[in-house]
Design a protein around this ligand. Structure first.
Ligand code: TPP
Ligand code: MG
Length: 621
C-alpha cells in the first residue's frame, strides 16, 4: 500500500486496540497536534486526509502548548486505566522540547502517551534547517534526543523501511503495564512526507491483550506465609490497584482478613473513605492514624506502589525493626523494593489469590477496632477542617471541603503541585476509584488544567473539578482555550494566595524564611517583601473565554460551585485564601536537607530538627 510515512503512522494507529477482561478499547482515541514545518506536510497532511476520508474516525484537537497536550494525554490515559491514550504530534525544535516535561511526567507516573515529534532532515541536504541543534560531535544528534531518557521506548525513523518494526515496538511498550510510559517516535520531516510501499498487513486491526498475569506459585506461598505470621499487617495501596481495576478485590481482601488499608497519592480511592478499614492517606502527607499503623506494622503489603519518598516518609514511616514487605506489582522493578517478598503479578489476580490462600487468617478484633476508631477520629478532624470559619479569608481546607461537598460521588478532583496535593491527600473524601486524580509522581506545576482537560475528555459523564494554585495557573493556564474550543465541561477552582504557600512553609522548615516564595513588589530594602502584585487571574481566565465566578468567602464559594455545576463549558471559580493556615498535621517527616552551616539562627534551629528527623530514617533490608 503506497503511503507516506505520515499517512502510514496515522492509519496504523487507528487500527490498534487493547483488550482486558474481554473488553476492547481503541488504543489511540485521538490526536493532539501543533503544526510547524517539522510536521505540517507529513503527519499534518495525513490527519487532514483521514478527517476528509472518514470524518470522526481519527479525531484531531489543537493545543496551545506542546507540554499541555502531553499532560492532557497523560490525564486521559490515567482516567482510562491505561487502556487508551492520545497521540501528540509536534514540529521540530522547541515544539519537540516542549514535550520533554510532559514525557517525564508520563514516564514517572507509568502512564502511556505517544509522542511524535518532527525531526531534522534525514537526507541533510538543506541542513542546518530552522531550529536544528547542529551538534559538532555528530549530525545524528538532534534536540529530540532530550526525549530519550524520559521515554520508555524511543526510536527515530531514518528510513520508511524501519517504520513497521518501530510501530510495533512502540505499541508493545505503550500497552505493557510494567513498561509503559512515554513512547517517542521521532519523525524526520522529509521522511514523514516520503512514500513507500508498505505491506497491507501492517494496517490490519490488531488487538493488544493486557494480561492478568497470575503470581508465581512459590512467590504466592512465601507471601502468604509472611502474612500469616503477621500480628500487625497493613496494606499500602498504590496506583496499580486502580489501574488494574482491583478495588473490589482489595475491599474483599481487607474484609476477609481484617487488614487495614492505607493509600498513596496515586492509590487514593482504592477503598472508599468511609470504609471502617480505610485509614486514608499514608506517609509524609498522611493521616496520623495511617502513620501510626505504618509505624507499628510488622508486615507491609504494598500493592501497585512505587514507594515514593512521600509514601515511606523518606524511609521513616515503617518503624518496626523487623518490618517485612510483601510487594504485589506488575513491574518486577517495583516488586523488589525494600527487599520485599516480590509477587510480580496483576494486582487483581494477586489479591484474589491471596484472599483465597489466606482463608481463616484474620487480624485481631482489637486491631480492627483500633483502625476503625482511627478512621472515625480522622473523619471528625476533616469535618472540622472543612468548616474552620477562618476570617477574613477562608482556609484552604474550607475550599477543599466546599469542593468535596459540591462534587458527586463519581466526580473527579484534579491537582498536581503546591500545597493542595498534600491537603487533598489527607482531607479529600474519595468515594469512587476514579474520583481522585492528583498527579504526584512528577508533581508538575502546570499539569492541573491541561491534565484536567484530558480527564474531562476521557470521562465526559463525570464532573471534573480542577484545583489549581496561582503559581501553577501562571505556569500553564493556556489549555483553558482548548477546553473552551472543544466545549468541554470543566470547573477550575483557582486558589489565589499570592505565591508559593507550599514552598513558603517548606522554606520556613529549612530555616530559609520563606525567601523568594511570595509574589511581592520590591520593598525599600530592595527585597521581595513589598505589597502584593496587582494581578487579576480571574480577569485573565475570562479573557481566555472561560466563565468566571469570584468568591470572597467560603459561603460564596459554595454558591459559586453550585452555579458552576449548572453552567456549560469552562467555569473558573476564583477564591482568595489565607496561605498561613495549615491543614491538620500528618505526624510524619520528609527528607529535605538543611544547610549544615549558616550564620542564620533560623537555619541552625532547622538543622537540629532535621538531624532529629534523620535518626528515624533507615534502610529496609
Ligand atoms: C514545574 C514546577 N516547578 C517548580 C516546582 C516546585 N514547586 C512545587 S509547589 C510550588 C509552588 C506552587 O504554587 P501555587 O500553585 O501557587 O500553590 P501553593 O503552593 O500556593 O499552594 C513550586 C514552585 C514544581 N513542582 N513544578
Ligand atoms: Mg499559591
Amino acid at each position: 500500500m503506497r503511503l507516506t510515512v505520515g499517512q502510514a503512522v496515522v492509519r496504523f494507529l487507528a487500527a490498534q486496540r487493547t483488550e482486558r477482561d474481554g473488553t476492547e478499547h481503541r488504543l489511540i482515541e485521538g490526536w493532539f497536534g501543533i503544526f510547524g514545518h517539522g510536521n505540517v506536510a507529513g503527519i499534518g497532511q495525513a490527519l487532514l486526509e483521514a478527517e476528509l476520508t472518514e470524518p470522526g474516525a481519527v479525531p484531531y484537537r489543537q493545543a496551545r502548548n506542546e507540554q499541555g497536550m502531553v499532560h492532557a494525554a497523560a490525564g486521559f490515559a490515567r482516567m482510562r486505566n491505561r487502556m487508551s491514550t492520545l497521540a501528540c504530534t509536534s514540529s521540530i525544535g522547541p515544539g519537540a522540547t516542549n514535550m520533554v516535561t510532559g514525557a517525564a511526567l508520563a514516564t514517572v507516573n507509568r502512564l502511556p502517551v505517544l509522542l511524535l515529534p518532527g525531526d531534522v532532515f534525514a537526507t541533510r541536504v538543506a541542513n542546518p534547517v530552522l531550529q536544528e541543534l547542529e551538534d559538532p560531535r555528530g549530525f545524528d544528534v538532534s534536540v529530540n534526543d532530550t526525549l530519550r531518557p524520559v521515554s520508555r521506548f524511543y526510536d527515530r525513523i531514518w528510513r520508511p523501511q524501519q517504520l513497521p518494526a518501530a510501530l510495533l515496538g512502540a505499541v508493545r511498550v505503550l500497552t505493557d503495564p510494567a513498561e509503559t510510559g512515554a513512547v517517542t517516535l521521532a519523525l524526520p520531516q522529509d521522511v514523514q512526507a516520503e512514500a513507500y510501499d508498505f505491506p497491507e498487513a501492517l494496517f490490519r486491526p490488531r488487538v493488544w491483550h493486557v494480561p492478568r498475569t497470575p503470581p508465581e506459585p512459590g512467590a504466592l506461598a512465601r507471601a502468604v506465609a509472611l502474612i500469616r505470621g503477621a500480628q500487625r499487617p497493613l496494606v499500602v495501596a498504590g496506583g496499580g490497584v486502580i489501574y488494574a481495576e482491583a478495588t473490589e478485590a482489595l475491599r474483599a481482601f481487607a474484609e476477609a482478613t481484617g487488614i487495614p488499608v492505607a493509600e498513596t497519592q496515586a492509590g487514593k480511592g482504592s477503598l472508599s473513605y468511609d470504609h471502617p478499614l480505610s485509614l486514608g492517606a499514608v506517609g509524609a502527607t498522611g493521616t496520623p492514624g495511617a502513620n501510626e499503623f505504618a509505624r507499628e506494622a510488622d508486615v507491609v503489603i504494598g500493592v501497585g506502589t512505587r514507594y515514593s519518598d512521600f509514601t515511606t516518609a523518606s524511609r521513616s514511616a515503617f518503624a518496626d525493626p523487623e518490618v517485612r514487605f510483601v510487594n504485589v506489582n506488575i513491574a518486577a522493578f517495583d516488586a523488589a523494593k525494600h527487599a520485599g517478598e516480590a509477587v510480580v503479578a496483576d494486582a487483581r489476580t494477586a489479591l484474589l489469590a491471596l484472599t483465597g490462600e489466606l482463608s481463616g487468617f484474620r487480624t485481631s478484633t482489637d486491631y480492627q477496632e483500633r483502625a476503625a476508631r482511627a478512621a472515625a477520629a480522622w473523619d471528625a478532624t476533616v469535618e472540622r477542617a472543612y468548616h474552620l470559619g477562618n476570617a477574613p479569608l477562608p482556609a484552604q481546607s474550607e475550599v477543599i471541603g466546599a469542593v468535596n461537598d459540591a462534587a458527586g460521588p463519581r466526580d473527579v478532583v484534579v491537582c498536581a503541585a503546591g500545597s493542595m496535593p498534600g491537603d487533598l491527600h489527607k482531607l479529600w473524601r474519595t468515594r469512587d476509584p476514579k474520583g481522585y486524580h492528583v498527579e504526584y509522581g512528577f508533581s508538575c506545576m502546570g499539569y492541573e488544567i491541561a491534565g484536567g482537560l484530558g480527564v474531562a475528555l476521557a470521562a465526559p459523564d463525570r464532573e471534573v473539578f480542577v484545583m489549581v494554585g496561582d503559581g501553577s495557573y501562571l505556569m500553564m493556564a493556556q489549555e483553558l482555550v482548548t477546553a473552551v474550543q472543544e466545549r468541554v465541561k470543566l470547573i477550575v477552582v483557582l486558589v489565589q494566595n499570592h505565591g508559593y504557600a507550599s514552598i513558603g512553609r517548606l522554606s520556613e522548615s529549612v530555616g530559609a524564611q520563606r525567601f523568594g516564595t511570595a509574589y511581592r513588589y520590591r520593598d525599600d530594602d530592595g527585597r521581595l517583601g513589598g505589597g502584593t502584585l496587582p494581578v487579576d487571574l480571574a480577569a485573565n481566565a475570562a479573557s481566555l473565554g472561560a466563565n468566571v465566578l469570584r468568591a470572597g468567602t467560603a459561603g460564596e464559594l459554595r454558591a459559586a460551585l453550585a452555579k458552576a455545576r449548572e453552567t456549560h463549558g469552562v467555569t473558573v471559580v476564583h477564591v482568595d485564601t489565607d496561605p498561613l493556615v495549615d491543614a491538620p498535621a500528618s505526624d510524619s517527616w520528609w527528607d529535605v536537607p538543611v544547610a549544615e552551616t549558616s550564620a542564620l539562627d533560623s537555619v541552625r534551629a532547622a538543622r537540629a530538627a532535621y538531624l532529629d528527623g534523620k535518626t528515624t530514617q533507615r534502610d529496609y533490608l
